[in-house]
Design a protein around this ligand. Structure first.
Ligand code: MG
Length: 351
């Protein structure tokens, strides 16, 4: 919630510095949320929203910037264009507020409608709200303790002209758990897309079958390995771990550990999928290429696809398995082993 708007401001070319007003009890959470964004040190807020705004403004008294923007962090979807509109309006006015038209019909009443309110000339105010710094600081100092619910109201009360600029319907305020659910639903695409790749090779040894992408295939040789030597699932496991920056299969399942002797590689893939989930991620798709002269992969593709989809808990149309050869070139072409490569994409939810 906090990182998204903080990043929107700190990456804006016309914004010189960003400071967040926090409850000092939340300091550890704050530090983890904004890590790496290069913000100024936070300052402690007050008992009311108005107090917190004033304390934030006071913290810039020495820097005395020309303009300041005040934003509710509960509006995570603020975009760069709106920030620019508010800053632009400050060229001609000491204060500016983004607004939206009221589209619903308004009623006044208490359990029963007393009257319909004429909505012409009424607007919904959003943030960020922009101000000439010296003027809003003076207004806040003069009007402290009045319980005003936004900074434009402080400016109005102080007699400053407040310009209106276009707000955005996407710039919603998230106040309740229901708001959060709606934002997740409406803005399902909001998240960070990660990709990871994996590559694995196992050599042939005498035997009568190989296991590839979780499917046992009769063959005149077997694959050598500590576990079941399923190169396909190993490459895919590495790709998942790679997408979330969690190392590789050898880190999590060292061959030196007797537990993994002859293990079904499904265990590794399930563990990697759990780690993706724990990181707030969801696998969008996976694509695996098995590279060998033999056995033929084609007849087993559907079964392999369904097995992987089942382990990852995603639909089969998000999984692809294909086979190829190296045209008899190199160690794979000479039939010395089987290689696999995989790529996955993962969406990490922003919140
Ligand atoms: Mg392997």
């Amino acid at each position: 919630m906090l990182r998204r708007p903080a990043a929107a401001f700190s990456s804006h070319p016309e914004v010189a510095a960003v400071r967040v007003v926090i409850d000092p009890a939340d300091r550890a959470l704050y530090d983890s949320a904004v890590d790496g964004l290069g913000l100024l040190d936070p300052v402690a807020g007050g008992a009311t929203r108005q107090d917190s705004s004033r304390l934030g403004l006071e913290s810039f008294a020495d820097a005395a910037p020309r303009n300041v923007l005040i934003h509710d962090a509960a509006r995570p979807f603020v975009d760069s264009a709106m920030v620019s509109r508010v800053i632009g309006a400050l060229a001609d006015a000491p204060a500016a507020v983004p607004v939206l038209a009221v589209s619903d019909t308004l009623k006044r009443g208490n359990g029963q409608v007393a009257e319909t309110v004429d909505r012409s000339g009424l607007w919904r105010a959003q943030t960020p709200q922009g101000f000439r710094y010296a003027e809003i600081l003076t207004a806040h100092r003069d009007l402290s303790g009045q319980g005003l619910t936004d900074d434009a109201a402080v400016a109005e009360r102080a007699g400053l002209a407040v310009a209106m600029v276009a707000g955005s319907e996407d710039n919603v305020k998230i106040t309740t758990a229901e708001d959060l659910e709606r934002a997740r639903r409406d803005l399902g695409g909001v998240g960070e897309i990660r990709v990871g790749t994996g590559f694995d090779v196992h050599r042939f040894k005498p035997g009568d079958h190989v296991t590839l992408c979780g499917i046992r295939i009769p063959h005149d040789r077997a694959l050598e390995g500590h576990s079941d030597a399923d190169a396909g699932l190993h490459a895919l496991t590495d790709a998942l771990l790679g997408a979330i920056g969690a190392g590789d299969i050898g880190v999590h399942f060292p061959p030196s550990d007797a537990r993994w002797k002859d293990a079904d590689s499904e265990i590794f893939l399930r563990e990697a999928a759990e780690r993706v989930k724990a990181a707030g991620g969801a696998v969008l798709n996976a694509d695996v290429t098995l590279i060998c002269e033999a056995p033929r992969i084609g007849p087993h593709r559907t079964a392999m696809t369904e097995r992987i989809a089942g382990i990852l808990g995603i639909s089969a149309d998000r999984v692809n398995v294909k086979g190829t050869t190296t045209e008899k070139l190199g160690f794979l072409g000479r039939g010395e082993g089987i290689a696999a490569q995989a790529i996955v994409s993962v969406r990490i939810n922003i919140f």
